[in-house]
Design a protein around this ligand. Structure first.
Ligand code: ISJ
Length: 482
């Protein structure tokens, strides 16, 4: 009783502080005057603490879409997006066209003090033109949503941005009543989704998938690599990235909160993300920024060329030096850099980058890394850059189209959202997108994990297989620790 009173007080304080009711009334007034729909976007101060990871897993409002996002490289980098104020789920290949028009139309309808902080979350399959297979059967080719509730962790506390569609018929009292009730549930640590099944879900149940056939066969994969190497020697392409998947089956329902916490502990930089769609969660720790734009200042990661790290300090330093000197990795890296620069030159001005790649050292691998900087031209949004950059030669190959066709033939699987772009943009068109790597899809007690490696002329199938093993490690570790 006492606890529930405290929660009621907390919610009242949150709503009063941001004058929620007054702002919503104003939005309804505008909708009436202009005889149109408005999107009320209201920023409030959350009172007290909130465990984002726990709230993500509990999903007390039983929403269809949620995103947990922790960007270790940006201020206010931790956020939780719950439910949809507006959204689309695309089945077609033109995901970014839909994303652009949803963004433009929605931003034009914003009223309220929240538009400065609001974020649209967006993700797309690696190859939206192909059909989703058994693992991704429930998923669209791409999606974007403006969250109904967006929590952002800031230096001085937690900001909450509530967004909702306002028509001229909206009844103020009942809208406030509904929001109040939802906030109460969000603030109650005991509220969780009541699942209507006894047994934890598996992919087999949800999609009749035979998981044995989902896991990539090692011999077949290496043969595909050898095949691609021959084609590269015949100059059919310069590089093709081949990926594979591994199935992880736990004894019980996998806790997305435990996986997230384990990733957060190990990966303090980069993006740790989780996108929930219906009852599956796509989760990972991505080291690769596809593109970031802040006040139109653009930053792009060129990341390609990999070696494993070593426990022994001396051998580890030696591995790093060898990577920096490796002809094979340097040439693979140069391909990727060239591809990226070509792709963005008409939307990014003042492109600059260092002469030679640096090292990006993660928990279990070193990568070659070139940071690219520039300015996003007026009239563009980060979505224009994402649409041009994806898929980068780091996850597809070069030339892009031929590499994509070869991936379809050789991989014989759907990558789903693995290696696709995932991220957010704000009302100014700035934002941050990562390449969804070191990740997997959770479904009940199953997880399907993905990793790939860039195949070039002198690739060795066994070495490339080993590289994918290292890249599977972050998720395997996160799944195996309590
Ligand atoms: C394809 C992956 O990683 C990409 C491929 C790399 C490479 O081939 O060296 C390095 C980093 C990423 O751009 C993956 O993690 O699955």
């Amino acid at each position: 009783m006492v606890v529930s009173q405290q929660r009621t007080d907390l919610v009242e304080k949150v709503l009063e502080d941001g004058q929620f009711q007054a702002q919503l009334a104003n939005a309804i007034e505008q909708a009436k005057e202009e005889n149109t729909t408005r999107i009320a976007c209201i920023a409030l101060k959350w009172q007290g603490s909130l465990d984002f990871v726990d709230l993500f897993e509990r999903n007390p409002l039983m929403v269809k879409m949620q995103v947990f996002w922790r960007d270790g490289d940006l201020p206010s980098g931790k956020s939780l997006a719950i439910g949809e104020a507006v959204s689309f789920q695309a089945q077609a290949a033109n995901v970014f066209d839909e994303a652009r028009s949803l963004w433009r139309n929605t931003v034009a309808q914003f009223v309220g003090n929240g538009s400065k902080w609001v974020r649209f979350f967006c993700g797309q399959a690696f190859d939206p033109e192909t059909e989703r297979d058994v693992v991704w059967k429930e998923w669209p080719a791409g999606l974007m949503f403006l969250p109904r509730y967006l929590f952002i962790e800031e230096e001085l506390g937690i900001r909450l941005v509530i967004s909702l569609e306002v028509t001229k018929e909206l009844d103020l009292a009942s809208a406030v009543h509904a929001i109040r009730a939802e906030l109460q549930r969000l603030s109650d640590p005991l509220e969780r989704v009541e699942r209507d099944f006894q047994e934890p879900l598996t992919f087999a149940q949800s999609s009749a998938a035979d998981l044995e056939t989902v896991e990539s066969d090692s011999l077949q994969w290496k043969k595909a690599v050898a095949h691609v190497v021959q084609k590269i020697a015949r100059k059919e392409f310069a590089k093709v990235v081949l990926a594979r998947r591994r199935v992880w089956r736990a004894k019980e329902q996998i806790s997305s909160a435990t996986v997230l916490r384990n990733l957060l502990t190990r990966y303090e930089t980069g993006v740790v993300f989780a996108l929930q769609y219906v009852d599956q969660v796509f989760v990972g720790a991505s080291p690769e920024r596809l593109v970031q734009s802040f006040k139109q200042h653009v930053h792009i990661d060129c990341l390609a060329g990999t070696t494993a790290r070593d426990q022994d300090l001396e051998s580890d330093a030696q591995a790093a030096t060898q990577l920096l000197a490796s002809q094979k990795d340097r040439s693979e890296h140069a391909h990727v850099l060239r591809g990226i620069l070509q792709d963005v030159q008409d939307v990014v001005g003042d492109l600059s980058y260092p002469d030679a790649p640096k090292l990006r050292s993660l928990t279990n691998v070193h990568h070659l890394y070139t940071p690219i900087e520039g300015y996003r031209l007026d009239g563009t949004t980060i979505l224009d850059l994402v649409a041009r950059l994806h898929p980068t030669p780091a996850v597809a190959g070069l030339p892009k189209h031929a590499a994509m066709m070869e991936i379809r033939v050789q991989e014989q699987m759907d990558r789903g959202f693995y290696a696709g772009p995932i991220g957010w943009l704000d009302a100014q068109g700035d934002g941050a997108f990562n390449v969804a790597l070191r990740c997997g899809l959770l479904c009940g007690r199953d997880a399907v994990l993905y990793a790939g490696a860039g195949i070039v002329e002198d690739s060795n199938p066994w070495a490339e297989w080993a590289e994918t093993e290292w890249k599977l490690q972050p998720m395997q570790t996160a799944l195996s620790e309590e």
